[in-house]
Every structure is written in C-alpha cells, then in structure tokens.
Design a protein around this ligand. Structure first.
Ligand code: MG
Length: 203
C-alpha cells in the first residue's frame, strides 16, 4: 500500500504559505509506515519543533490502474475519508530553501492519520464535498472540494500516467487554508459532510 499526496491544490492555502501557483500538480509520497488508523493518538516527534496539521480528503483505490482516463476515474475509487497530512514545516522549509526533497518532512512515521472510509455512494459529486478540522474544539479549516485547483478525476489521470495505483492505495488531495502548528495536548477533530471522522490527541 502506498500513499500519494498532492501539494498546493487550494488557492487560499497557497497564498497563506506564500507559495507560487504550480503549472502542474505537485505530487509526493508517504510510506506505509506513515499511516495511522483508528484515531490512535499522534506522538510529537523529537526532530521537529514545528509540526503542522493539514486536513485533507483522502480517496481509497478499489483496483489497479494506470493511464486512467478522467471519465473513468470514479470507478477506481471505493471510499472517501479524511486524513491529516502532518508536516514537519521546519524541515520542509529548510529543504525548500535548499531545493531538496521534502521526503522526511512529509513522510515521517505516523504522519498520515486516516479515518474510516465512507462508501462512494455517499458522495455523488467528487467536487462538492465539505470537510472541516477543529483544534481544541475551534474550527481552523473549512474546505470544499469545489475549490480544488485540480479536480479529483484530473489528479487521478495525471498521477496514474507515472505511478500505477493498486487496490488499497490512498490519495491525499490537498489542504484548504487554515493550516497551523499543533502542540502536545491538542485535540484534533475532523468532520466530513458534518460527520465526525477524526478524533485524537497530540501527545
Ligand atoms: Mg498536504
């Protein structure tokens, strides 16, 4: 199982980090050891002093596919969930400054908590899904997939030209504005169409 992620897929998030709008999707990976399930708590790692939460819609693949056409993209997905793309922003900023890869800043252990998946039938339109993230009970992110720069079908078609998706793979689809630091003791909750999906603590 692999986890593919998209960076800079929401204009307001690009603005808040003062990044440039890319001409093509920015794709990166997280290894299977990044995955955390069942709302297990997140343990703050010692090698970073600035871990950010990024709440994102996550798609799960139902079958293998490469060179997937946009019009068939939906048939490759069997569930939609919510995930946190934990990012060691200090390590990422250092890598960016030096033109180096983000691998460790994004792919460290437990950097990808993912909720249960809801069935595809619950989401008739990939590009109209509302989700939000609360930290200590306060809403910090509120996004809708209608604001994605690259719609889901487009992302699946693009990525699958380079990387074959396999059953069980996951795709993080980018985060809306409102990212920020987490601290030990924070409670993180994520809601997908109003339904609580993520609920865990930073320890
Ligand atoms: Mg992200």
């Amino acid at each position: 199982m692999k986890i593919l992620c998209v960076g800079r897929n929401y204009a307001k998030h690009i603005e808040e980090l003062k990044n440039e709008v890319p001409d093509e999707p920015i794709i990166f990976f997280k290894p299977d050891t990044a995955l955390v399930r069942n709302n297990r708590d997140f343990y703050y790692p010692e090698y970073s002093k600035e871990i950010h939460y990024e709440c994102e819609l996550v798609l799960r693949f139902a079958k293998e596919g490469k060179y997937i056409e946009e019009k068939f993209a939906r048939s490759y997905i069997d569930g939609i969930g919510l995930g946190i793309d934990f990012t060691a922003r200090d390590l990422q900023d250092k890598a960016k400054k030096n033109g180096l890869p983000w691998a460790l800043a994004k792919g460290f252990n437990d950097s990808a908590p993912v909720s249960d998946f809801l069935p595809l039938e619950d989401f008739p339109d990939f590009q109209n899904i509302q989700f939000c993230c609360h930290i200590n009970g306060e809403e910090r992110q509120n996004g809708n997939s209608s604001h994605m720069l690259w719609p889901v079908a487009n992302l699946i078609a693009y990525v699958s030209r380079f990387v074959t998706f396999k059953k069980g793979d996951m795709l993080f689809t980018g985060t809306p504005a409102g990212v920020g630091e987490v601290k030990v003791g924070d409670k993180i909750e994520g809601f997908l169409e109003g339904k609580k999906m993520l609920d865990f603590y930073v320890k």
